[in-house]
Design a binder for this molecule. Structure first.
Ligand code: 5GP
Ligand code: MG
Length: 173
């Protein structure tokens, strides 16, 4: 598609997701709970749980929605929970999945509330990592790809609510 400049093809993503699932299946406890951050991690999570199944893992899952105040491609700093999970967290290991780790504020906030509710451990898995934009001291335990400081879309990631269904990750020209 002429409108987009490719960064990661569908085949590259599939291979990476399979490798991540293998790693996660080996390292996490059998009684883990998967929590996906809506909406950006929807496509990644859908592929990851099927890859996990392929590697012998079958975990319950739930969803949260988090929003940063503000619009556009710049997030504002304040994070709030707009949709909560219904699963009980006390004593449970959690795999928290997001689309991209940028400033780190979103996942730091989610990790903090899950820890406060008694999750035994919270692992962070992010499809993309933009380390140059980090504001809080946070690393993901599982990372699909590192990306430079450019705004990417596709494979769940949107720009103004569009392009989530693209099977690849790209920069819009
Ligand atoms: P942060 O780590 O800054 O708290 O938040 C990361 C969130 O900002 C992601 O979940 C995503 O919604 C959004 N975001 C950051 N960088 C990009 C990008 O390059 N493309 C898209 N589509 N969203 C981004
Ligand atoms: Mg997000």
């Amino acid at each position: 598609m002429a409108e987009f400049e490719l960064r990661f093809s569908a085949a590259e993503i599939a291979a990476r997701v399979d490798a991540l699932a293998r790693d996660i299946a080996r390292k996490l406890p059998r009684d883990s709970l998967v929590v996906a951050v809506l909406k950006g991690s929807l496509v990644f999570t859908a592929d990851l749980i099927r890859a996990l199944s392929h590697h012998g893992v079958d975990w319950p899952m739930d969803f949260i929605s988090l929003s940063s105040y503000g619009e556009g491609t710049q997030s504002s700093g304040q994070v709030r929970l707009t949709r909560d999970i219904s699963e009980e967290l006390a004593g449970r290991p959690v795999l928290l999945i997001d689309d991209i780790l940028e400033s780190g504020r979103t996942l730091a906030f989610a990790k903090k509330i899950f820890t406060e509710r008694g999750a035994s451990q919270v692992w962070l898995c992010t499809l993309l990592d933009k380390p140059t934009k980090r504001v809080v001291d946070l690393q993901a335990d599982f990372v699909g790809f590192q990306v430079p400081d450019e705004f990417v879309v596709g494979y769940g990631l949107d720009h103004a609510h569009m392009h989530r269904g693209l099977p690849f990750i790209a920069v819009k020209k």
